[in-house]
Design a protein around this ligand. Sequence first.
Ligand code: ADP
Length: 556
Amino acid sequence: MLSDIEIAQQNKMEKIQVIADKCGLTPDDIEQYGHYKAKISFDAIRRLEAKPDGKLVLVTAITPTPAGEGKSTTSIGLVQGLQKIGKNAIATLREPSLGPVFGIKGGAAGGGYAQVVPMDDINLHFTGDMHAITAANNLLSAMIDNHIHQGNELQIDLRQLSWTRVLDMNDRALRNVTVALGGKVCGFPREDHFMITVASEIMAILCLAKDLEDLKERFGRIVIGCNLAGEPVYVHQLGCQGAMALLMKDAIKPNLVQTLEHTPAIVHGGPFANIAHGCNSIVATKLGLKLGDIVVTEAGFGADLGAEKFLDIKCRYGDIFPDTIVIVATLRALKMHGGVPKQELNTENVEAVTKGFSNLQKAIENMRYFNVPVLVAINKFATDTDAEIAELTRLCNEFGVPVELNECWEKGGEGGIDMAKKVVELLEGPKPTPKFVYDVEDSLEEKVNKIVTTIYGGDGVIFTDKAKKQIKQLADWGLDRLPVCMAKTQYSLSDNPALLGAPKGFTITVSDIRVANGAGFIVCRTGDVMVMPGLPKRPAALNMDIEADGTIKGLF
Ligand code: ADP
């Protein structure tokens, strides 16, 4: 089997105008970035508003192994499969971050024969959205430090700033830094922090804003910390929301690309699902619903993280709701949940599959809580044995959930036909009525408690003293009636990565609470989750190279 980059290099892409035409966009609707990428204009988006919506399919997964279980691959394979059976399908996906690309997990443009292309561009700088977000975020940081340096008219308390700088790189050395050293001309020295760009509130805002105007208003509402009197300080008081929006004038427009089989795909916005809300932009998904009869979108990590936030945050703000949910399961993840060590995941172990089913079962129950039809898609790996696949199929049948084998990584759309047919069947059912885990008017404690007990299967929540103070402050500010964005490890339903399967009898500890008022949610940090990841012992960067003629090597 060829590597992902070799498969992508062998593929003959269509010019992007051809893809645009396929989904009803005119040459004037798109702004081309080279031959194979384009931004879609807001004129087009507005023109299409009156069109009826297609159906929405959400792809989520079992609690994953560190390698990922194939949600992007399955989403892409599913639209390729839908196209094979004559459906007008479109994928809406997240943009990859450079952190995982050079770290351990790899790119996020799918894999095998189910990829979006040009995969090298999409995984690297793409159309510059990630850089624009970094610039807008750091412009605000510079404006804050400059405001303090120039006399601090707003009386910003520099000991209580919650706004941090960002960089789109896994760089643990930047987690805690001291800025403004160097004497009077360099400002007031203070502790600062870096997050990875995809955890930034600017990224969340890009993904939740309706348009440029809404983006600017949301920037103005961002709370950067408080003043010496303990009152919140908003970006509109600094007055730089316009300049920040200016930096994002192109980033707000969704990006059109194609799959290896020339299906249209919109790749736009890319917050992580553990430390952020984990879904591509609302603009992209809503546009997809106008352009395709079936839209396949993905939410990051397991169903407890990305999918919960997709449903409770993105669907609430976007006024959308999935018609079907596909849960990606792999035998290696089931075996991991069944207690098999990492190095033995490729060895047959039917018993561990049976044992590890508890995690998949919880994901199914969680998605059924929302009253949406569910399909389990077994993402087939070369090492999976017939006996293991038969056991997983049996377990799904016994539990009464539809299940299909998904071979799109190896066979492209052809390998996704059965899954596509089943999805079409499920989409024929009645439209689900939106349902959420909590009410935004619930107290913050109540909202977190409902997520923990309903979705994670825990007994309850412990708020540290610091978190309790932060809750009181948000209540005093009147900013606590917002949806919740849990920041939690992706490796367990609990906040302890070592608890596999479907753990019981645990509590979740919330140690830090921040309002992302521009995005419109409250971030609750649990366990030891990091907002700036580090590189592993052997980063993927060590396998990468580019030759004199521009040929890329080792980008997966
Ligand atoms: P997720 O979206 O769930 O994080 P991805 O679709 O990005 O997962 O896949 C993670 C990695 O696993 C990618 O490098 C992809 O190429 C690889 N992968 C996915 N499915 C398969 C498969 N069936 N066989 C081998 N590798 C796969």
